[in-house]
Design a protein around this ligand. Sequence first.
Ligand code: GLY
Length: 419
Amino acid sequence: MRVLVVGGGGREHAIVHACARARHDVLCTPGNPGIALMARVLDGAQDAATLAALAAAEAVDIVIVGPEAYLAAGVVDACRAAGIPAFGPTRDASRLEGDKAWSKAFMIRHGIPTAQHEVFSELDMALAHVSGLTPPIVVKDAGLKAGKGVTIAHSASEAGAALREIFTQVGAQAVIEDFMTGQEVTVLALCDGTRYALTPPSQDHKTIFAGDTGPMTGGIGVICPFPVDEPTMQVIRETIIEPTLAGMRAEGLEYRGVLYAGLMLTPSGPKVVEFNARFGDPEAEAVLPLLTSDLARHALDAALGHLDPSSVRFSAEASATIILAAPGYPSDPERGIPLTLPEAGAGQVIYHAGTRMDGDQLVSHGGRVLAVTATAPGLTRALGEAYALADRVGFPGAQLRRDIGGRIGLVPEATRSPV
Ligand code: GLY
């Protein structure tokens, strides 16, 4: 098959890698230098109509959309209108991620467990509300923020600062919700509107510093599979994934694509922290290397509404992804830092998240720069290999968290293998 992957970050590199492993002819736009090693990278405008025209001109069999902004811009709608199958929800269905106020209201309408919340369109009302709350207080920007629009405020004044920042934007809305305790877990469902297949659960780490401290990032390190027992998985399927797909169908928004359920395993059961409308980043970099079946085939089947969930298969191994971020990330990442990549060994891969070529030199070009992944027969070994590989990357000033997996007591297994 000929596959067009839309996007140019670490998640798209992982999608391209999965399609290339299954020996498809893979194209990608806008791509990045790592993607260029395994796919034909196409330049060009990134608006929905131009992308659909590009897919038609290249006679692709399936378009796989990575980032949420392209979904919100209607890339899937434009491709479908041009008769090209595209894997991802339509613009309207992607409101599940793009409009957090709508998404929370959807969950309430369909009885999907989530934190109690209030939505505010005016700063003064929001400030008055938080002044009466007991911290921690969760403040979310209702719009698309690349995973960074959430503040866990430990005082009313910190919540107030987050709200003031949100309301600097015209037409902003803020969602203020109860803080939930428990382990956080990401469950990704490949959906064809009715049927779905779950990937193994994973756990991302969102703050920049160890011990879950510091500002929020888009995600800085992942372990997969995160251990979730089968009864809990059953509850997740029955109370979250299935009612979401049924609810979307009932509202005329048949959901085809990846449903990202960001969950908290609270003492009173799994609850939705947020829905996203695409693969997680960096969850994709940890989850997709474990896929042993054909991603492009699943994407086409799902886009056409006939996914066979039993055909979606994963290795029994574990994986760990460590993000190497630029100095200054997340507020002000330094760009243009020269990077030297070591050779990756079997079961290891360095995904490019924010890089570009400066002449012959690979340099940093974003906040999250590289996603270093290792797969191995257990989480501690995967972590050990991922850290060992990350430590061999030449990246002056790189930031990385040393405690990925630490929330469940994992300690990276020391590895003697140099690659
Ligand atoms: N890793 C969080 C996200 O993709 O939104």
